[in-house]
Design a protein around this ligand. Structure first.
Ligand code: MN
Length: 258
């Protein structure tokens, strides 16, 4: 009551002669998280099914709560069963017959007409999330295996430098988007970021290449738990990176002709 009263007085004063400098008015609002007792039962990843179509959701190789506390179960559930499901359905709707018959998602992205917004957003959204689910996993974190570790040292100077470069790209992506570790056409590692659901496979990518690690920095990927603290979410991402999988993707990318 006292707070409400002082708030009203403050508004009144600010509308009058003096500016209101009460710090409370400019504070970011903290939304309390549900307590343990309030937690609702989670669904299972198998229950999420896209409509029949050319592309189907990649199976999530772990439970929604497997990455907790780095990524909370409810965020994982909504991200996989709602956001990713929607990208998959919308991709199938956006595909024309000529694109859907014999094309992989990578082929569709590489020859994308960037003015086709529905396909750009949803083919991107589908591919990007596929890689994101694989980029993370239970018992993740730590450092990459030998081959990838050497390449990271070669191209970034050290693992710590790579980490700082990647975190910076993720932090500085304005608004919604992604941070990437890619193998470029010269088979060197590079870090980049892209807006919305764009990615380094698309024509006109600033840093073109084969992505091997993806970080989703859309607010839907972290807001429930981290709210406006994107930096904390980026730190937590490093604790769940599946370096074994990223290492496999690195070896595939360097073996392949671009
Ligand atoms: Mn997402």
């Amino acid at each position: 009551m006292q707070k409400a009263k002082s708030f009203l007085i403050c508004i009144f004063i600010s509308a009058g002669l003096f500016g209101c400098r009460d710090k409370k008015l400019t504070e970011v609002v903290e939304v309390p998280l549900p307590t343990a007792e309030e937690k609702v039962a989670l669904s299972h990843p198998d229950e999420a099914k896209a409509d029949p179509g050319t592309f189907q959701m990649r199976e999530l190789p772990y439970e929604y709560d497997a990455l907790s506390p780095s990524i909370d179960p409810r965020t994982m559930e909504l991200h996989y069963s709602k956001h990713y499901l929607t990208y998959t359905n919308n991709l199938n709707r956006a595909l024309s017959d000529s694109l859907s018959k014999h094309s992989t998602i990578e082929e569709i992205l590489k020859k994308l007409d960037m003015s086709n917004a529905a396909l750009r957003n949803n083919a991107g959204g589908y591919y990007n999330h596929n890689l994101f689910w694989e980029s993370i996993g239970p018992n993740g974190g730590g450092k990459p295996n030998d081959t990838l570790a050497k390449a990271i040292d070669r191209d970034f100077g050290s693992f710590e430098n790579f980490k700082a470069t990647f975190a910076d790209a993720a932090e500085k992506q304005f608004g919604s988007g992604w941070a990437w570790l890619v193998v470029n056409r010269s088979k060197k590692l590079q870090v980049t970021n892209t807006p919305n659901q764009d990615n380094p496979l698309m024509p006109q990518a600033a840093v073109p290449g084969t992505p091997i690690l993806a970080l989703d920095v859309w607010e839907h990927a972290y807001y429930l738990n981290y709210q406006y603290r994107r930096g904390k979410y980026i730190d937590a991402f490093f604790d769940v990176i599946n370096w074994k999988k990223v290492g496999e993707k690195y070896e595939e990318a360097i073996a392949k002709k671009y």
